[in-house]
Design a protein around this ligand. Structure first.
Ligand SMILES: O=C(O)c1cc(=O)[nH]c(=O)n1[C@@H]1O[C@H](COP(=O)(O)O)[C@@H](O)[C@H]1O
Length: 247
């Protein structure tokens, strides 16, 4: 058990934080993860780390007891995505995602592929990337305001049987109203109140506002991994969530 983790934070289950392990090698990742604990946060392995390390690191993190979000954003024909989700389920991941714009048949095939697993991974549809603003969206043919497009894709994901979506916390309030309390809202693009800039992110929110708006999970990469004290940043978010849950 990591001595940095105080008993009161161990009581935070589930924590809303998913730490994006956006590293390019196993050594840096494992050295960073040594200060974390499965009761403190979930972890996410995305394209950079998975390309660098393959399933070796996923296995290692799952074996350490972390709930792992495999963020490979599948977007392919139904058979390919369904088969990939089945392999992800075999790996014991907690959450896996696919682009909702891959369509109903892609999502339904994924749902069917993992339906009989005892530990079925949560299936999450990516709506509109948090790095995109209205001008970016228009350039790729999205003619509606982003918020409306997100609601449409999230409704499609829900009616296809997915457990939730990735969206910006800016859309969380609207999606909560439209899709109810149970549907998971996984929100990247989180920035701390004192952040100097938003990097490549465009639709951002601070943790407190994201949780108030109805986010289920906050995906946090650089605000945690580049912090002087990553554990303190996670604990602060957990404390906000705990205070809100106590109300
Ligand atoms: O699916 C994701 O996790 C994701 C979707 C999205 O719309 N925006 C987004 O930033 N992400 C991921 O969330 C993480 C955000 O990292 P930071 O901007 O460093 O906090 C990265 O790993 C992204 O790949």
């Amino acid at each position: 058990m990591n001595p940095l983790i105080l008993p009161e934070y161990q009581a935070v289950t589930p924590t809303p934080v998913i730490v994006a392990l956006d590293f390019d090698n196993a050594e840096s990742t494992l050295s960073f993860v040594r200060q974390l604990d499965p009761s403190l946060c979930q972890v996410k392995v995305g394209k950079e780390l998975f390309t660098a390390t393959g399933r070796f690191l996923v296995d290692s993190l799952v074996n350490q007891g972390f709930k792992l979000f495999l963020d490979l954003k599948y977007h392919d024909i139904p058979n390919t995505v369904a088969s990939a989700c089945r392999v992800a389920a075999d790996m014991g991941v907690w959450m896996v995602d696919m682009h909702a714009c891959g369509g109903r048949r892609q999502m339904e095939a994924a749902v069917e592929a993992v339906a009989n697993y005892t530990h079925k991974p949560l299936l999450i549809g990516v709506t509109v990337l948090t790095s995109m603003d209205e001008a970016d969206a228009r350039e790729v043919g999205i003619t509606k305001p982003i918020a409306e497009h997100v609601v449409d894709l999230a409704s499609l994901a829900k009616s296809s049987g997915l457990d939730g979506v990735v969206c910006s916390a800016q859309e969380a309030g609207m999606l909560r109203q439209a899709l109810g309390k149970e549907f998971l809202l996984v929100t990247p693009g989180i920035r701390l109140p004192n952040a100097q800039n938003s990097d490549d992110q465009r639709r951002i929110m601070i943790p407190q506002d994201a949780l108030t708006a109805g986010s289920s999970y906050l995906v946090m990469g650089r605000p945690v991994t580049q912090a002087q004290n990553p554990v303190a940043v996670i604990r602060d978010v957990n404390a906000i969530a705990m205070a809100m849950n106590a109300q």
